[in-house]
Design a protein around this ligand. Sequence first.
Ligand code: ADP
Length: 161
Amino acid sequence: MKEKEERILVIIKPDAIVRGLIGEVYKRFERKGFKVIGTKMVHLSDILLDDHYAHLKDKPFFKGIKKFMQSSPVILIVLSGVNASAAARLIAGQTSAAEADAGTIRGDFAMSIQSNIVHVSDSPENGEIEVKRFFSEDEIFDYKRVDEAFVYSDVHEDFSA
Ligand code: ADP
């Protein structure tokens, strides 16, 4: 990985899976310049969800989110990119989808707080923790995107042509 490049976790949640929005989610991150370096479909276990949503365990909606997140398989994605978490959160939009900006994934496809299409890591630190929670290193790959010199020109010299 290059300096400032981050790895983050995206989860395509059950509402997006059953509504046929898998491709929409991949498309929006890919066209921005993110590199998909790991991906798989899984059914999330209680243990993984308790860990992933530990910061919400005392909220009244905790049981409801777990039930929702186990209502279908989900797709887990590892994305890499420079300043990836900040840029990816802008693409996802805010948690409450009804208030999310038009043009964001949540703003364009949802109205719910719970069923808001995607999870996106909210910081570089949480990105690493979450990637390691759901992926082993041998499930993550590296390659060069042919457009990275243009995607990141002026952003970081490691990527210059
Ligand atoms: P984010 O997913 O934007 O990082 P949080 O970490 O606060 O937001 O919440 C995790 C997930 O829990 C949300 O994406 C949403 O699915 C669910 N959630 C958050 N707040 C509520 C709520 N008030 N009612 C129901 N579900 C909620």
